[in-house]
Structures are given as C-alpha cells and as structure tokens.
Design a binder for this molecule. Sequence first.
Ligand SMILES: O=P(O)(O)OC[C@H]1O[C@H](OP(=O)(O)OP(=O)(O)O)[C@H](O)[C@@H]1O
Length: 237
Amino acid sequence: MSQIEAVKEKLRVVRILKLLKKRYTYEELSKITGLPITVLNRYVRGKVLPSTDRAKELLELLSPYINIEEEVRRRIQFDEHGLFDNMKILSDTNLMSLIAEEVASKYISKNISKVLTAATDGIPLAVHIANELNVDVVYAKKKKEVGVEKFYEVNYVPSASGSVMTLYLPQWALKKGERVLIVDDVIRSGETQRALLEMCKQAGAVPVGMFFLISVGNIIDVLKNDYNIPVDSLVRL
Ligand SMILES: O=P(O)(O)OC[C@H]1O[C@H](OP(=O)(O)OP(=O)(O)O)[C@H](O)[C@@H]1O
C-alpha cells in the first residue's frame, strides 16, 4: 500500500467513526472497537490518526455497523407534498466523502477526465466525487453567465415545470474526447440527465457512466437501456 493509500484508509476510518458517532455513544463505540473513549474521541475530533494496522482493524470492526444507503434513506423525510429536504444529505461533507469514495472506486480505472452535473443541487456530490477521482468538475447552469464567449446549450422539459428550460455550459469546460462521469443528487424523469448527455454529444465528449444519490421509479433502467453505459443510484425510491 502506498503512503497516500495508507493515509486515505486512516481518513476513511475517521469518517466512519464520525458518522457512527451520530447514532452511537462513545461508550458503545468503545465496546465495539475495544478502544478507550479518549482514543476514539481524539480520532473523531481529528487530533490524531490511527496507525496503519489499527486503521485496518477498525475498518473490519466497524464495517458491519455502517450502511451508507440506510444512512441516506433515514434522512429522506417526505412532507405533505411528497417532497423531501435533500440538504439533510448534501450538507454532510463527511457522508458525501464516504459516498464519493465508493463511487470513485468503481470509476478510478475508467480514465474519467471530467465530472459533469447540473446546477444547483448536483454540485456538492459532483465536487466530492471529482475530488476523489482527482479530476475537474463542471456544471451546466440554467442561465447564461456574462463573460462566457461560447456555450453548449440544450433545451429540456423538467418533469415538474411543463415548460421548456435550457442548460448552458461554457464550451471550454468540455472538450472532444473527454471521458465524462455524469452525477446528480436526484433523478426523477431523467430529462436533466438526457440534457447533460446531449451536452456531451455536442462537445464530442464520451459519457462513461452516471451516478445518482437517489433515483425515483425505474428511470435508472431506462437510461441504462437507452445509452448502454453503467447507471447507478445509491437509493431507489
Ligand atoms: O430527473 P429530473 O426530472 O430531470 O429531475 C432531477 C433534477 O431535478 C433537480 O434539480 P432542479 O431542476 O430542481 O434544480 P436545482 O438543483 O437548482 O434545485 C435535481 O438536482 C436534478 O438535477
């Protein structure tokens, strides 16, 4: 294992502990890990990192207690209009990092050169995944910013609106031949995602896969079928 990989593993353990700390007390975590509360507390507060051996041990001991999908599901609470507050998920940088690590491990060998999303809510997840893949992140916006010379532009009809919208991306942001991972927080009708795929087409870029935190209905299977690329979501509603 390289030094960087070892550090990443240690940071992963700290992230897992931080997440578990939201549901378990230090006493409970101490029983699970066999480590004193003071030691666990120092890890959680980022004061020290576990040794390489201890990080491995902790990963094994803690894995049965961690279920990222459940963690996301637990935060989805629908209101009377059938909507939910996704900021309960997107605001948790620790959770986002853990999810991004999993997604990146699937795509790390796929030579991704850009992560592409649509503003606004796709951005936090896209940044975390791009960071893990060590590539840049670009996002299409719903308005034309001044100061940009040329845009890719795609019209689409978002499910809820019933009116035509346009997504804009500066042309410098996506180049011919680039290998693109498309991500977003939620996919419902898939219209936003089809617009992003169309943007890749305009640029001559290659969509390599798609990942969503939450998908509604069977849209994942529809896109997989239509585009013949891996399409996954962490939580299916
Ligand atoms: O699959 P679809 O039916 O296209 O819906 C999914 C899109 O809807 C949400 O964005 P929204 O357009 O609400 O914009 P926002 O991120 O600025 O809230 C979400 O972030 C996705 O981009």
